[in-house]
Design a protein around this ligand. Structure first.
Ligand SMILES: [Zn+2]
Length: 219
C-alpha cells in the first residue's frame, strides 16, 4: 500500500483531464508545489482555485500524486466579490507556478501567500499587494539584493538589473529604472513588516508594472 500524506495547501490551478478527472496544482506548507490527480467527480468540490484545504493524497503512477480526500479550510469566497481581487489572486498563483516546485522549502512563503490572499479585500489594494508580494517572493528566493547604493560604486542606486542595485553608469543589460520617489516606495515595501503599513503605501499602476517587469526579468 502506498503511504498517505495529509497536508495543508492552497489550490493554485485546475486543469481538466480525461473524462471526469482533473489535475490540480497545490502549493503546500511543507512539500512545495505539487500536482495531484483528482480521479473522480465526487472530489470536484476540492478543485475551485484559491481554496485553502487539507489534502490527503498518495503516490500514484509516474510522478503524479493522487488525491484521496480532503476538506476545505477556507474557500476565500471574498475573492469572488470583485474581479480585481480574483485577477490579483490569479497573478499570485502564476508567480508561484513559475518559481516553486516540489519539495522546495517554503514555509515562510506559504504563510505569506495565505495571509495575502486572505487580505485581498480592499478595492484600492490589489496593486500594492501584488507589488509587495512580488518583491517578497524575489527576496525569499534569493533573487533580489536591494541596496541604497550602487553595487559597484558609491553612487545612489536607481536601477535594478538581475536582482542587483546599480547606478546609471554601471548598468549594462536589461534593467528596470526607478525614480527617487519610487525607490523610496520599494524600500518601504521591502522593509516594512506590518501589514497595515504595507496597505497604506500607495503604488501607482506605473510602478506596479515596473515591479512586474523586475519580477519577470529576475526569473
Ligand atoms: Zn555605480
Amino acid at each position: 500500500m502506498n503511504e498517505q500524506k495529509t497536508e495543508e495547501g492552497v489550490l493554485l490551478q485546475t486543469i481538466p483531464y480525461l473524462r471526469d478527472q482533473r489535475i490540480i496544482k497545490v502549493f503546500t506548507e511543507t512539500h512545495g508545489l505539487i500536482s495531484l490527480l483528482v480521479p473522480k467527480k465526487s472530489l470536484h468540490f476540492l478543485t475551485d482555485p484559491f481554496l485553502i484545504g487539507e489534502w490527503i493524497y498518495e503516490k500514484g503512477k509516474n510522478d503524479l500524486y493522487r488525491l484521496i480526500d480532503g476538506t476545505v479550510t477556507d474557500s476565500l469566497s471574498h475573492l469572488r466579490i470583485e474581479f480585481s481581487f480574483l485577477q490579483a489572486a490569479g497573478e499570485i498563483a502564476q508567480d508561484l507556478l513559475k518559481t516553486q516546485y516540489p519539495e522546495k522549502k517554503g514555509k515562510d512563503l506559504y504563510r505569506l501567500v495565505t495571509v495575502y490572499l486572505k487580505k485581498l479585500k480592499n478595492p484600492l489594494f490589489p496593486t500594492t499587494l501584488l507589488a509587495s508580494f512580488r518583491l517578497k517572493l524575489l527576496l525569499h528566493d534569493g533573487l533580489l539584493a536591494f541596496e541604497r547604493k550602487c553595487n559597484q560604486c558609491d553612487k545612489k542606486a536607481s536601477l535594478i538589473e538581475r536582482g542587483e542595485s546599480l547606478c546609471e553608469e554601471h548598468v549594462s543589460l536589461d534593467s528596470v529604472a526607478f525614480s527617487p520617489a519610487e525607490w523610496e516606495i520599494l524600500e518601504t515595501l521591502l522593509t516594512v513588516r506590518q501589514f497595515q503599513q504595507i496597505e497604506k503605501t500607495e503604488v501607482s499602476e506605473v510602478l506596479g508594472r515596473k515591479i512586474k517587469n523586475l519580477f519577470e526579468s529576475s526569473l
